[in-house]
Ligand binder design. Structure first.
Ligand code: HAM
Length: 420
C-alpha cells in the first residue's frame, strides 16, 4: 500500500510552483513598497498563545487546532493563523520600544483541522501583514489598499471589498445586549453552535451559514448603529480615505469575522469567480490583542490572504505566471572516455550563469536532440570525440537550425553574450 499525503494537504509540483512563486514575488514587492518588512516566526507556538489571542469561543480554538504534547510534556500548537505569533514576536523582541508603527509581513503555512473542500485545506498558506503601534484609520485603509494591490498586479480584478465596524470594548457590550434581545425569541430555532454562541459571542450568529440562523439574523441590529463616538469617527475616516483612494467597497453589517481579537474595522475581500470558499482575504483592527498577550496597550491592524484561494482564482481566470527563463543550452554527451571533459564544460557553462541540461541516460544522439527540443533549449552543443580532440564543439541554434563549429576557448563568452 502506498502512503498518501494526509487529507487536506497538497503537494506543489513543478508546473504549479512557478505560479505560486510568482504570487509570492508580487506580494513581496507590494509589501516592500508599502514599507513592510518580512518576519518569519515558528510554525508551532505554545498553545496558550492562540487560546488567549484568538479566543476560547472561536471555532479555530475549539475545533480546529493541531495541538500536541511534545516529549517534554509541553502543549504546542501548529499555528492556526499568523497574527498572534507576530504579536508574540513584537513583544518578545521589545519592538514596542522602537519607532512606531512597526510594519511587518509574512508568508507561510497555516494549519486548521477543517473539513477539506475546494479552496479549504488543513495545511494552507497565508500571506499577511500587520501594522502595530498606531490607531490611525489611514493604516486600516493602507491594509485594504495594499491587499487589493497584490490582487490587481496578479491580474485579478473580479472581487468585492466588504467592510464593517464591530466597535470596541466601550460600545460592543451594548450592541451585544441589543443583539441578544433581538435573537432571544428565536433562540430555539438556532443551530447548536449558535445556541452556544448566544451568551458569549452573539456576533458570530450573524455570519453562520445555517439557513435557520441566517433567517433569525435577518433584520438584526447593526453594529454600526451602536458605535461609540471614537469608533464612529474612526469608521467614518476609514470610509472617507477609501473614497479618496477610489477603492470601491460595500458596507456589510453581517461581517463579524471568526476570530475574537477584532475591534473597530473588519474587512474581507471576496472573489466573484470562486465558489463556496470565496474569501480571498480577511483582516481588521485588533486594538486589544497586544495587551491581552501581556504587552502595553497597542493598537494594531492587519490582514491575511489565502495563497491557495489566490491560486484558484488565477486558474479560474486562466492567468499564468510570466514565463521563466528556459534552458539555454543542451549539451549532447556520449558515454566515452571524454565524458569527464563534457561534464566539465556543462559545469563551466553553469558557473558562467547559463541554464544548461545534458543527458543522463546514455541515449542516442537522435534521442538527445529530441530531448533538447522538448525542453525548448535555445542551443544544442554537440561534443563528439573527434571535435573534443580538436578542442571544438558543434553549436546548433535551435531556432534557425544553423549549426557551426566553435572553438571551446570562445564558447562560454559567445553563449553568455548571446543568451544572458
Ligand atoms: P482568516 O479570515 O481566518 O484571518 O484567514 C485569512 C484567509 O486565509 C481567508 O480569507 C482565506 O483566504 C484563507 N483561509 C482560511 N482558512 C483556510 C483554509 N482552511 N484553507 C485555505 N485557505 C484558508 C486570519 O487568519 C487573520 N489572522 C487575518 C488577520 C491578520 N487579521 C488581522 N491580521
Amino acid at each position: 500500500m502506498l502512503v498518501k499525503a494526509p487529507r487536506g494537504t497538497a503537494d506543489l509540483l513543478p508546473g504549479q510552483i512557478e505560479r505560486w512563486r510568482w504570487v509570492e514575488e508580487v506580494a513581496r514587492d507590494v509589501f516592500r513598497q508599502f514599507g513592510y518588512a518580512e518576519i518569519v516566526t515558528p510554525i508551532f507556538e505554545h498553545t496558550e498563545l492562540f487560546e488567549r489571542g484568538i479566543g476560547d469561543t472561536t471555532d479555530v480554538v475549539n475545533k480546529q487546532m493541531y495541538t500536541f504534547l511534545d516529549r517534554g510534556q509541553r502543549s504546542l500548537t501548529l499555528r492556526p493563523e499568523g497574527t498572534a505569533s507576530v504579536v508574540r514576536a513584537y513583544l518578545e523582541h521589545h519592538m514596542y520600544s522602537g519607532p512606531q508603527p512597526v510594519k511587518l509581513f509574512y508568508i507561510g503555512p497555516i494549519f486548521r483541522y477543517e473539513r477539506p473542500q475546494a479552496g479549504r485545506y488543513r495545511q494552507f498558506h497565508q500571506l499577511g501583514a500587520e501594522a502595530l503601534g498606531s490607531q490611525d484609520p489611514a493604516l486600516d485603509v493602507e491594509m485594504i489598499a495594499m491587499s487589493i494591490e497584490i490582487f490587481r498586479r496578479l491580474g485579478l480584478a473580479d472581487f468585492l471589498v466588504h467592510i464593517n465596524s464591530i466597535g470596541c470594548e466601550v460600545c460592543r457590550p451594548a450592541y451585544k445586549d441589543a443583539l441578544r434581545a433581538y435573537l432571544q425569541p428565536k433562540l430555539d430555532g438556532l443551530c447548536r453552535t449558535c445556541f452556544e454562541r448566544y451568551e458569549k459571542n452573539p456576533l458570530r450568529i450573524l455570519d453562520c451559514k445555517v439557513a435557520a440562523c441566517q433567517d433569525a439574523a435577518k433584520g438584526a441590529p447593526r453594529s454600526v448603529d451602536y458605535l461609540c463616538e471614537s469608533c464612529r469617527e474612526h469608521f467614518d475616516a476609514v470610509q472617507k480615505y477609501l473614497d479618496a483612494l477610489g477603492i470601491s467597497y460595500e458596507l456589510n453589517e453581517m461581517l463579524v469575522r471568526g476570530l475574537d481579537y477584532y475591534t473597530k474595522t473588519v474587512f474581507e475581500v471576496e472573489s466573484r469567480s470562486l465558489g463556496a470558499q470565496s474569501a480571498l482575504l480577511g483582516g481588521g483592527r485588533y486594538d486589544g490583542l497586544v495587551e491581552e498577550c501581556g504587552g502595553p496597550s497597542t493598537p494594531a491592524v492587519g490582514f491575511a490572504a489565502g495563497m491557495e484561494r489566490a491560486m484558484l482564482a488565477l486558474e479560474e481566470q486562466g492567468i499564468q505566471a510570466p514565463s521563466t527563463r528556459g534552458v539555454d543550452a543542451f549539451v549532447v554527451a556520449f558515454a566515452n572516455d571524454k565524458r569527464g571533459q563534457v561534464l566539465a564544460l556543462v559545469h563551466q557553462l553553469r558557473q558562467a550563469g547559463l541554464v544548461v541540461e545534458t543527458d543522463y541516460l546514455q541515449r542516442s544522439m537522435k534521442a538527445q536532440m529530441k530531448a533538447a527540443s522538448r525542453m525548448n533549449a535555445a542551443r544544442v552543443i554537440i561534443c563528439g570525440e573527434d571535435e573534443l580532440s580538436r578542442d571544438v564543439v558543434q553549436l546548433r541554434d535551435m531556432t534557425s537550425g544553423v549549426q557551426e563549429e566553435v572553438p571551446l576557448a570562445t564558447l562560454v563568452e559567445r553563449l553568455r553574450a548571446e543568451l544572458c
